[in-house]
Design a protein around this ligand. Structure first.
Ligand SMILES: [Zn+2]
Length: 176
């Protein structure tokens, strides 16, 4: 399964980097890149989004609705999850705030480029994180142990068997 994910993960990562660059240039008022690459980026998003949805269903199959994002992103290191939430917050707020800061309303091409590139950036980053999570999840799930060494289910914070807190898999896996 993981082998099939890598090409899409690579595409999502390339799309993310491209959009980051396009979004930054749009912040400075350059719309050329956005306008010329938009159709490819939307097309690319469709290609990565389908496997993302499938993978997400697979990752969250046994979890409650409220735990869906924790479950889907459990293979990602914590810094990546935090970065994702910050980025999503930024693009969501930016969508409404950019036209106000820059003035001229949503119809101005530069504002459209700023807001829309932010939205695409958000979708690409979700796809990249979910796909990356899927490539790492078996290792993360298999390595979860309580301080007494019992195996623990994927999202549990305390051992189901003895109640002891769950240990981080290893420093390298959990904190980077
Ligand atoms: Zn235990």
């Amino acid at each position: 399964m993981a082998v099939l994910i890598y090409p899409f993960l690579a595409l999502a990562a390339v799309g993310f980097v491209a959009l980051l660059a396009i979004h930054c240039t749009a912040l400075f008022g350059a719309t050329y890149l956005f306008e010329h690459w938009l159709k490819f980026l939307v097309f690319g998003l469709f290609i990565v989004w389908l496997p993302t949805v499938l993978v997400m269903g697979h990752l969250t199959r046994e979890f409650k609705q409220k735990d869906i994002w924790r479950a889907a992103l459990r293979g990602c290191p914590q810094w990546l999850r935090r970065s994702l939430w910050i980025l999503l917050g930024y693009t969501w707020v930016g969508f409404f705030v950019f036209p106000m800061i820059y003035g001229g309303g949503m119809d101005l091409p530069a504002n459209k480029a700023r807001s829309m590139s932010g939205v695409l950036l958000a979708f690409y980053s979700i796809a990249a994180c979910v796909l990356y999570s899927a490539t790492r999840v078996s290792k993360v799930d298999g390595g979860r142990r309580c301080v007494n060494g019992h195996g623990v289910s994927p999202l549990a914070r305390y051992c189901e068997e003895c109640g002891a807190p769950v240990q981080a898999v290893s420093k390298a896996d959990s904190d980077h």
